[in-house]
Design a protein around this ligand. Structure first.
Ligand code: UD1
Length: 365
């Protein structure tokens, strides 16, 4: 038997690990020799940011919770590294599998690699080029010390090859976040407020904003909210509010009343909302992948993306953070309609299987 660690820390990690765990369980049932230990770092700890996702996506209880909690970037990374290192010293695994680009991803990769435990990175190689985002630093540091790279696109593979990584360490497997979406498409269900607010397919927008650059300064955040509020032709914009954004919101008065602030939604409810929305306005990366697969118009309020296929193939457009661009895009949406988009290569629901088969091969070599 060989045991690997699977690291999960923050909300966008959970939908990425779920299908990997399910694929591992399936292989085990069929006599596979790979075992796993699920390590939750505790970076996200509220039920609405963590526990609800485990329950809805059938993720087993973590074997270990490092309970690192909130803090500055360095405080969080440090707490996770110290606690994960202690765990590995007491009871080492054969490999550390990290996903995505959150602080937990980078911190666990560093702790493992320094103990000579090889690292596999799922969603490796994506780059926005924007060092102002903590996620970009997390991606670069993680990939600098990763042994095995599982990628969502050829572009990500090219980014890695440009840094001198050989082809035999890069595996273009597709997108495990999309495995989860495809597996749950028929289970998506309306949120509790759906009927009360008389929501129906196409009669509302979805808004999500939580990037520090958009929400940490009151003036920026307020400007964006007023632009969305004025641009939806009276339609409501449903905004599930991340805890980070809530702190700034509490300091702003008199916001447009067609922006409806609701709690962070569980996975099935959030994606139901997205699937039936007229359009999504967001600064998330993961959401642009989901809108691409569901064919929903998506406007990204950022200057760059690490997921260019959501623009070149999918339904996403990068608007920057200038309200004028958002006004023009909303005009286009209502007057001319939006591009239809297609599905990126290998976003087919089978990515986790490819990862597990590859890991079995690597670890038995
Ligand atoms: C993190 C990820 C980001 C991801 C986002 C999704 C990093 C660098 N960023 O950002 O890529 O898109 O998660 O949600 O890892 N908080 C709570 N309850 C929680 C978690 C957080 O109240 O369960 C509050 C805390 O006050 C915390 C703040 O939200 O300080 C921000 O949380 P943090 O984990 O630092 O980063 P996110 O902004 O959530």
């Amino acid at each position: 038997m060989t045991r690997i660690d699977i690291i999960a820390g923050a909300r966008p990690n959970f939908m990425k690990i779920a299908p990997i765990i399910h694929a591992l369980q399936q292989r085990q049932g069929a006599g596979g020799v790979l075992r796993y230990r699920l390590v939750h770092t505790g970076q996200h700890y509220d039920a609405s940011m963590s526990g609800d996702f485990f329950a809805q996506l059938g993720i087993p209880q973590p074997d270990v919770n490092l309970e690192a909690g909130s803090g500055t970037q360095a405080e969080q990374a440090a707490a996770i590294m110290v606690r994960y290192e202690r765990l590995l010293l007491d009871d080492p695994s054969a490999l550390c599998l990290v996903v995505g680009d959150v602080t937990s991803t980078m911190a666990c990769a560093i702790a493992a690699q320094k103990l000579k435990i090889p690292v596999a990175h799922v969603e490796a190689g994506i780059r926005s080029g924007d060092w102002g985002m903590p996620e970009e630093i997390n991606r670069m540091v993680t990939d600098a010390i990763t042994n095995w790279f599982f990628t969502t696109s050829e572009t990500a593979g090219d980014n890695l090859r440009r840094t001198g990584i050989c082809d035999d360490r890069i595996f273009f497997v597709g997108n495990t976040m999309i495995d989860t979406l495809l597996a749950n498409m028929e289970r998506l269900r309306p949120p509790s407020f759906w009927q009360d607010l008389a929501l129906a397919a196409g009669n509302y927008l979805v808004l999500t904003l939580h990037r520090p650059s958009n929400v940490d300064a009151t003036s920026n955040f307020e400007r964006l909210l007023r632009t969305v509020g004025a641009g939806t032709r009276g339609l409501p914009a449903m905004f599930p509010v991340h805890p980070r954004s809530r702190k700034t919101l509490e300091q702003i008065d008199g916001l447009p009343n067609n922006i409806r602030f609701v709690d962070p939604q569980p996975y099935l409810e959030f994606n139901y909302l997205v699937r039936h929305a007229k359009a999504v306005v967001t600064d998330s990366g993961g959401v642009t992948e989901e809108t691409t697969v569901m064919g929903v118009p998506c406007m990204t309020l950022r200057d760059s993306t690490e997921r260019p296929e959501t623009v070149t193939v999918g339904t996403n457009e990068i608007l920057g953070t200038d309200p004028a661009a958002l006004v023009a895009a909303l005009d286009r949406l209502f007057n001319e309609g939006w591009k239809k988009g297609g599905i990126p290569e290998r976003w087919d629901g089978k990515s986790a299987e490819r990862i597990v088969v590859t890991l079995e091969r690597i670890l038995s070599a």
